[in-house]
Structure formats: C-alpha cells, structure tokens
Ligand binder design. Structure first.
Ligand code: NAD
Length: 251
C-alpha cells in the first residue's frame, strides 16, 4: 500500500468533490493535510469533518495565494504533496462566450494553477510531487466547452514543461485527466435541473464502463502519484475516465 506517513500535503479546492475525497484518502494514508477553498463556511465545515486544517484562498488572486503560502509555511514548514485541484466548469457555446466567463475560467483553472505552483515553489521539498487536476475535455471537442477545454489543455502543456524544469530538484509534476465524475461541479453551472439530468444520462451512455466516476476513484490515483511508489513518474498524464477517451466511433 502506498503510505504517505509524515508527508505534508496541500490540496486546493479541498472542501468539495474530488479535492475532498483526496483529502480523506491522504489523511488515511498518514499525510498531514491542509485544504483550501474560497468560502470560509464551506472550508471550515469540510476541515472539521476531515480533521484537517482549512484555509481560505481564492486562487484567482495572486495576493491570496501568497498569503496562503505564508500561512502554510508557518503551519507545516515545507510541502511534499501539492494537489492543484481548484477549478470551475462554465459551459457556453461559441457566440455566447463572454469576456467575464473567459477570464474567470482561465483565471482559476489555468492562471490559478500556474501561480499556485509558482508561489509554492520555495516551500516544496526536493523529491516532492505536484499533481495537476486536468480533464479529458482537454482532448475532446465537446460542445460548449471551448474555454474550459482550452484551460485544461494549457494546464497539461504547462505540466510537461514544469516536469522538465523541476526535475533537477527531484520534484515530479504530473496531470490527471478525469472523465465525468459525480461532484457538485455540474450543479454550480446554473443550468436547470432537467438539462443537467439529460446531460448526465447522455454522458453516462458515452462512457464504456457506463457510469460516472466517484471522487474516490480519482483520489486513489492522486494518492499513488503522490507516493514514493510513483518515484519514476513525471511529466505524465493519466486518463481516468471509464474509457470515454477511447469510446469507439462504431460499436
Ligand atoms: P467541485 O465543484 O466539487 O470542487 C471544486 C473545488 O474548487 C471546490 O472546493 C471549490 O471551492 C474550489 N474552487 C473553485 N474556484 C476556486 C477558487 N477561485 N479558489 C479556490 N478554490 C476554488 O468540483 P470537482 O468536480 O471536484 O472539481 C475539481 C477539479 O476537477 C476541477 O479542476 C475540475 O475542473 C476537475 N474535473 C472535474 C470533473 C468532473 O466531472 N467533476 C471532470 C474532469 C475534471
């Protein structure tokens, strides 16, 4: 089993969905975990449920990331596992892409990820592991996701360069590309319930394994990549998607 005993971990967006499940998994594996999120009440509730420390930091604000890093340094000293997970999904078709939606989505999913890593660099121990939460959308032409998919494709590209630049410090950088996972992210789009249900059943049908992923499915992979068992893995990407990325054109 992969033990993370004594390792210090930071999970951005750890109060919900995949981040929450990963916090649970890392705690079980023996890590000291700090989760972050935007909403104080949600982060406090999640932190007390998980028995971890919760800190408020909006990753779209570089100043907030700097404050977060200072607080983490005071609490943990150094970081061995950085799970760059915070993200939003704001679907819109071409013709209805607003500047606001573009800036928000790129600002959290890509710019937020880049500056999270940038500011945590001094705290990362040699031999630490960064895991970037991307999406199979980075490789699909799914309608309404042009900006979301581009934000994740940019993150995957960034991951490769970061892996080579940080290799001399023994820092590994990998990306995880989930397919559809049952989390609150879809409810936050503001789409009507009926439309969300249709979307979910159409999506489920496209997945060869015929189900959405559970947040714990993703947490298991992240825990592995965070562990020393993955010590030769860097610059890699893992699809974890029930096979949707290889769904055949014809069955
Ligand atoms: P979620 O909505 O349950 O969790 C998102 C987390 O990100 C929350 O904790 C939220 O507080 C945090 N967050 C959002 N904006 C933030 C900001 N500006 N600053 C700090 N924290 C912020 O959704 P989830 O599905 O668990 O999403 C986690 C990641 O997984 C995202 O990057 C998402 O793009 C990615 N992803 C999700 C799916 C899926 O189907 N659920 C598929 C592929 C990729």
């Amino acid at each position: 089993m992969n033990s993370l005993k004594g390792k210090n971990a930071v999970i951005t967006g750890g109060n919900s969905g995949i981040g929450y499940a990963t916090a649970q998994k890392l705690v079980e594996a023996g890590a000291n975990v700090i989760i972050t999120g935007r909403s104080e009440s949600k982060i406090n509730l999640a932190a007390s449920e998980l028995g971890v420390t919760g800190l408020v930091a909006d990753v779209s604000q570089v100043k907030a990331i700097e404050n977060l890093v200072a607080r983490v340094e005071g609490l943990l000293g150094h970081v061995d596992i950085l799970f760059v997970n915070a993200g939003i999904f704001a679907p819109a078709p071409l013709g209805a892409i607003s500047e606001e939606m573009f800036d928000e989505q790129m600002g959290i999913n890509f710019r937020g990820a880049v500056f999270t890593i940038e500011k945590f660099l001094p705290l990362l121990s040699n031999g630490s592991s960064i895991i970037n939460l991307s999406s199979v959308n980075a490789y699909s032409g799914m309608p309404n996701t042009a900006v979301y998919a581009a934000s994740k494709a940019a993150l995957n590209s960034y991951t490769r360069t970061a892996a080579t630049e940080l290799a001399p410090r023994g820092i590994r950088v990998n990306a995880v590309n989930p397919g559809p996972v049952s989390t609150p992210i879809f409810g936050k789009t503001g789409l009507p319930e009926e439309q969300l249900k249709e979307f979910a059943s159409a999506m489920e049908n496209r997945v060869p394994l015929k189900r959405f992923g559970n947040p714990s499915d993703i947490a298991n992979l992240v825990a592995f990549l965070a562990s020393d068992e993955a010590s030769f893995i860097t610059g890699a990407e893992y699809n974890i998607d029930g096979g949707i990325a290889v769904n055949p054109i014809l069955n």
